[in-house]
Write a protein that binds this ligand. Sequence first.
Ligand code: GUN
Length: 283
Amino acid sequence: MTAAKIDGKALAQKVRGELAEKVAEMKAKNGRVPGLAVVLVGEDPASQVYVRMKGKACDEAGFKSVIDRMPESTTTEELLAKVEAYNNDETINGILVQLPLPDQIDEKKVLYAIKPEKDVDGFHPVSVGLLNIGETKGFAPCTPAGVMEMFKEYNIDVEGKNAVVIGRSNIVGKPMAALLTRANATVTICHSRTKDIASICRDADIIVAAIGKAKFVTADMVKEGAVVIDVGMNRVDEKLMGDVDYEAAAEKASYITPVPGGVGPMTIAMLLANTYRAFEQSL
Ligand code: GUN
């Protein structure tokens, strides 16, 4: 089988276009637009790029966008004060503190200070809890939410399927497993201590690779006709590379996501979607 490519770039554009239309309608009706505050502490080069892309996406969709840059030397207390100010700002519906944060900052304390109603990253324990008890009113983290949106767009039914998630991070692996479980898949989470990941993958109808190792998923791990989702963003010799050996895996999969142009663009689209929902729920 040769896989169909899942075009995350096109789907992200579609989602963003639909949101832009809804924002324009809302603005005409009641003069209000969704607002997203992105807080960036320090000078991490990758974070600077991501934050700029998030701001641009907001602008294009007609959202209010605030990008708040704080110095590398920022203290936990200073960042908490900033979060508190956005918690109380009625024009801001979503708050995102870009990770990673400098070492001196207590990351948990900061993420837990964001009002769950504005937690468009879905990292607050209330958001995590709501997702895990199957409630839909909280916010799911943007990257795994983007993967679910891809399944929907391509009519990939996950119900009853064997889904293997490789990686157990709080940002991707764990919420991905929770979303798949909520959608009635049978989910296995593999991680660095798992014995024989390859044989577990060979049983999978769906593989989501989020382990952060270039070409970790090889063709021999992919069952004929499986759906392969690559969340990897590995820099190898200045080139962006996924967690999947794309060319070889595509020979066996039914659907596969490329890197770049797959899951990546969906993350920002879902950030806007979460912010729009926070806005609607605030009205
Ligand atoms: N750093 C890498 N991915 C993310 C994300 O989804 N949200 C935030 N806040 N920081 C990140």
